[in-house]
Design a protein around this ligand. Sequence first.
Ligand code: 2YJ
Length: 294
Amino acid sequence: MTRLTPDMISDVPAVSRLDTALINEIGSTLEEISIGAAGISGHDSAFDDLDAAVIPVTSGMGVISGFSESVRSILESMGIRAFVTKNTDVAGFAEAVEKDADMIFMADDDRFIALNVRVMKFVDNTEGTAKGYAEALRIAMKYRPPSSVLVVGCGRVGSMATEIFSKRYASVNVVDIDPSKAMELERRYGNVHAYADVETAVRESNVIFNSSPGKIPGEWIRQGAVIISPGVPHSFDSEARRKANVIVHDPLAIGVGAMAAICAKYSVDIRNRFESEMNAINPISVRLAAPGQR
Ligand code: 2YJ
């Protein structure tokens, strides 16, 4: 897994610029992509009354300068109140709970999670990134399923995206510089085909989901291609930019946005379940108890 560097995320606090870029590319904002990725319906006010804490974590290779602040600014841009804890690690966790945070974001070198403290369920950045970018692909295709999608890179995000696409689309192609990883996905799903080499796979594809850190030369890209690219560092050059119809990439925001929406949805789900169970037990009292109903 690629470790983010201060360089890669130096631009993240300017989330409004990302929104402008996303609107230009696919006509949607970060918040819209995130809500779609989590499957939240428009009228659910999922982010209301949720506070998020971001805890700097010093273990392993330590704190990445600007990381926690970038996560905070992504959350704030989506209308979620968020703060970075003054303390790090366990003391930071204690501080987040003392300050009544509903969601806690924290990352070490291996995992990056958002914990919903109210329901004790967490979502991993792998899931957020795969679902966020899969939603960006759906929007980029104007919700028309492509005849096939190529997934480049069969690590954690690529594998989860392959699972999502195999349920959603008729045909999924996969490729990795380690062919055994692609073959493993072909074995697992009926409609997944593994390519043996990256160049052939990219040259033959119109819709590319790139979850690899490797460079993909613009020479291999087809005119009018749709490129959805969570992979860091960014893999595409100016020739790819000229040829592609759409390129969606950012180092952090789409993954974090989708994590936040999925994490917030855990609260919506529990609220809805509670209301329907109460309704089944005693429909009249629930109707009377519901705010604004009397
Ligand atoms: O708190 C901090 O500043 C650091 N402990 C953050 C570490 C961030 N973690 C990574 O960069 C991991 N490789 C996971 C990132 C997943 C992004 N897709």
